[in-house]
Design a protein around this ligand. Structure first.
Ligand code: CAA
Length: 382
């Protein structure tokens, strides 16, 4: 068993850490305040090769692995969780399924642009009436000659409105539920495709979240991803990878909050000494450090399994569950270490705490993940 990162993984870690410090951190608070997405940052990530980390060079990627990708999301999220999820949704949710299930035409036409970062991707599964019960979707797709005609709406779309390519799940047969779902690659300019309301959020405010609408949206049949009727499994398998991206985001948020709390505890003096010298604070920081490291190990393990071609769905459900709960706990404790200052916008920990919350909610609420994990404990019917 080897816990050391490879030379390539270390280079990627250092490159993203430097980039995050120099280019992402300085504007993070302002972008959060203004709820402003910065496409320029995405383009800079593309120039570093981050938008195609695990994909082969033939499709515009840099041919690295899923652990390097997790490390990149972690390092971005350490300073700005919104930038972390931009990359995670683009890479795991939009590009990943095209790489795994796409035809050669789809890979050349869509994956290459996504990997090179000239295109931004998004994933549309959730609807107003179907969140955790993803199979209850109402969006329909009806065959019409060499096209499918999509009607319906999707909500909570990360990268919505900014993305160029959307992976949309729609039902070709509502009565078949899960087995009636199909996946479609939809370009933002396809007729009948429009962007709806932009959400105002508690955290990750510089990551856009919108509604999208399909009103007789015509999608060429060559844009069906996988087979008609395989969409639900594609959606689930995609979320297996996506959940580990969110785990990496949560580890980054928690590490960022821990870094800030440690620094503050050294500088802040009360009762004539730095508060780090008080056991009430230093033990709190020690507990925070242990949890962050445990969350990181689970996350890296799931990413490593994905890179090795081993099963990783259960492990990524565990990593997302544990890392997101850790992020919520650690950021809340970081605010506590800062005392009243932690509650103010002057310091980044209140943003980390707001950002942490969503990691317990999206890509499967932690209750759904507990249900996924417990199913593995009781295979077959009880
Ligand atoms: N991989 C491959 N196939 C899978 C699978 C997986 N991980 N999980 C389930 N399946 C298959 C099953 O084997 C089954 O196949 P058969 O029909 O051949 O038997 C089929 O899918 C149906 O499975 P279930 O009966 O378990 O399906 P279900 O309807 O009971 O739902 C669920 C299961 C786990 C609750 C699922 O609906 C789920 O994950 N819900 C949460 C949805 C979610 O995570 N949404 C997040 C939205 S995206 C987002 O948040 C993005 C963002 O903003 C960043």
């Amino acid at each position: 068993m080897d816990f050391l990162l490879s030379e390539e993984q270390r280079v990627i870690q250092k490159t993203v850490r430097d980039f995050a410090q120099k280019e992402v951190a300085p504007s993070a608070a302002e972008r959060d305040e203004e709820e402003r997405f910065d496409r320029h940052l995405f383009t800079k990530m593309a120039e570093l090769g981050l938008t195609g980390i695990p994909w082969p060079e033939t499709y515009g990627g840099i041919g690295s692995d899923y652990l390097s990708y997790a490390i990149a999301v972690e390092e971005l999220s350490r300073v700005c969780a919104a930038t972390g999820v931009t990359l995670s949704a683009h890479l795991s949710l939009a590009s990943g399924p095209i790489f795994a299930f796409g035809t050669e035409y789809q890979k050349e036409t869509y994956l290459t642009g996504l990997a090179e970062g000239t295109k931004l991707g998004a994933y549309g599964l959730t609807e107003p009436g179907s969140g955790s019960d993803a199979a209850a979707m109402k969006t329909t797709a009806v065959k019409d000659g060499r096209h499918f005609v999509l009607n319906g709406s999707k909500v909570f779309i990360t990268n919505g409105g900014e993305a160029d390519i959307y992976l949309i799940f729609a039902s070709t047969s509502l009565e078949k539920k899960q087995r009636g779902v199909s996946a479609f690659i939809v370009e933002k300019d396809f007729p009948g495709f429009t962007i709806g309301k932009k959400e105002r959020k508690l955290g990750i405010r510089s990551s856009p979240t919108t509604e999208i609408r399909m009103n007789n949206c015509r999608v060429p049949e060559e844009n069906v991803l996988g087979n008609v009727g395989d969409g639900f499994k594609i959606a689930m398998q995609t979320l297996d990878g996506g959940r580990n991206g969110i785990a990496a985001q949560a580890v980054g948020i928690a590490q960022g909050a821990l870094d800030a709390a440690v620094q503050y505890a050294k500088e802040r003096k009360q009762f004539g000494k730095p508060i780090a010298k008080m056991q009430g604070i230093s033990f709190k920081l020690a507990d925070m450090a242990v949890k962050v490291e445990a969350a990181r190990l689970l996350t890296y393990q799931a990413a490593w399994r994905e890179s090795e071609g081993l099963s990783y769905g259960n492990e990524s459900a565990m990593s997302k569950l544990f890392a997101s709960d850790t992020a919520m706990e650690v950021t809340t404790e970081a605010v506590q270490v800062f005392g009243g200052y932690g509650y103010m916008k002057e310091y980044p920990v209140e943003r980390f705490m707001r950002d942490a919350k969503v990691t317990q909610l999206y890509e499967g609420t932690n209750e759904i993940l507990r249900s996924v994990i417990s199913k593995q404990l009781f295979p077959g019917d009880l």
